[in-house]
Design a protein around this ligand. Sequence first.
Ligand SMILES: Nc1nc2c(c(=O)[nH]1)N[C@H]1C(S)=C(S)[C@@H](COP(=O)(O)O)O[C@H]1N2
Ligand SMILES: [Mo]
Length: 259
Amino acid sequence: MNRRIVSRRGLIGTGAAGLSGLLLSGCDRLTGAPSVQHFIGHAQSLSLNAQRLLLAGQPLAREYTAKDLSPMFKANGTSMPTSDDYQTLMNSGFADYRLKVDGLVGAPASFSLADLRGLPSRTQITRHDCVEGWSAIGGWTGVPLHHVLNKVGVLPSARYVVFHCADDLDDSLDGSGQYYESIDLFDAYHPQTILAYAMNGAPLAVPHGAPLRLRVERQLGYKHAKYVMRIELVERFDHMQGGKGGYWEDRGYEWYGGI
Ligand SMILES: Nc1nc2c(c(=O)[nH]1)N[C@H]1C(S)=C(S)[C@@H](COP(=O)(O)O)O[C@H]1N2
Ligand SMILES: [Mo]
């Protein structure tokens, strides 16, 4: 298990360095040619080839069928964020919700739920495994994260995607306790990594993370950030909160919560 984590981290390091190298050499060759000057904006965000490299040979998490759906899907951790901001959004049915996407991107943007529903969607029935010792099979519909990332353009210096959530789970560590999570670009571009706005065919309910939650199917439950308000592309996360890349990571869990 540890070996797997270490070797995967090694792989992430090489992968990201390789990608930057690839993109830089591409840029160097391109800058001199006036005919491609207007493409420079694109060359500075992840190229199609770089994205294909991120997707190559990545296994899918097992998918189930409707008859496998768990009759009961427990809500865990926060089931009702208490902040005024969240309560206001909730009381108007999330009509004013905007997902912010910023950090190391070409064009920071924000998306309403209608915007997100208007992007290509994916439905998947998967098993959710919580470290607390329970599992449940649920159906999730949402927009694959890579579609959102491609709208804003990921800069080659970005290595992680950080999800900032609406809830304060507790105040025990640094006085904030705000839930957050992070994944690398391999998981970010994975076809089953989606921002889900529906569960089992109905709009996502508040206990399960309304209006938007992450599904990152090859990892454990705590990585699946609920109540996602903002997505930030970063090169590193050691300056954020407890420095370990997630609420539970700051409290001792592995950053890569592989199943
Ligand atoms: N924002 C936020 N996301 C969260 C949590 C939380 O408390 N707050 N709990 C995590 C844990 S430990 C699990 S198992 C799943 C639970 O998702 P569910 O409530 O839909 O079962 O959400 C994860 N994402
Ligand atoms: Mo969990």
